[in-house]
Ligand binder design. Sequence first.
Ligand SMILES: Cc1cc2nc3c(=O)[nH]c(=O)nc-3n(C[C@H](O)[C@H](O)[C@H](O)COP(=O)(O)O)c2cc1C
Length: 214
Amino acid sequence: MKTDLAGIRQEYTKGGLRESDLPEDPLLLFSKWLQEAIDAKVDEPTAVIVGTVSREGQPSTRTVLLKDLHDGKFIFYTNYESRKGRQLADNPHVSLSFVWHQLERQVHVEGIANKVPASESDQYFKTRPYKSRIGSRISPQSQPINNRMQLMRAFVKEAARWIGKEVERPEQWGGFAVTPHRIEFWQGRPNRLHDRFLFTLQTDGTWKRERLAP
Ligand SMILES: Cc1cc2nc3c(=O)[nH]c(=O)nc-3n(C[C@H](O)[C@H](O)[C@H](O)COP(=O)(O)O)c2cc1C
């Protein structure tokens, strides 16, 4: 490769995170950072990398969009029969990584994923654009398919079936709610001396806070 990758480096100077900035509840700081990412108009501020682990112990990651944050849980939607969906059914331990490069920030979450109640998935499904609802009915997410035409034919056929009707959520599509037990906030600082704070959930329901070395 001709480009000098090793020479690409950037100083992080946008801010700092002090112990005195930390609330007792890390979800409050997460909400603040998410809102700041939205206000800063970063690309896909809700994008989050979800890490799952197979039965054999093989980790895998992919991006999804965070669609809600309630009762201290992170909610995203997907196909339960997808690779990630099947892995979560076998092993609910999950990681979530948010990276907001323009703000020189990242947040890592570790927790347990559970399906949200069907009524909650129904409620969110109804808010999705019509064509996305049709798409989630016909896409066998993560399965091999012959070609794009196969997908388009299925889409057109399914769209015709639902003209003038409320598109129903397919059973295999819905939300996962991640209950966190470890949340780490990272703010880039000059000279690679970044600020890192780790929140760990204690058995009494409170969060322990520690500064980590960068
Ligand atoms: C910006 C972005 C947002 C995405 N949002 C979602 C999402 O909310 N849900 C989803 O199932 N896949 C989403 N995807 C696609 C996933 O990254 C992935 O390709 C798909 O879920 C299949 O993953 P799996 O085979 O590991 O289960 C998104 C991809 C990108 C790049």
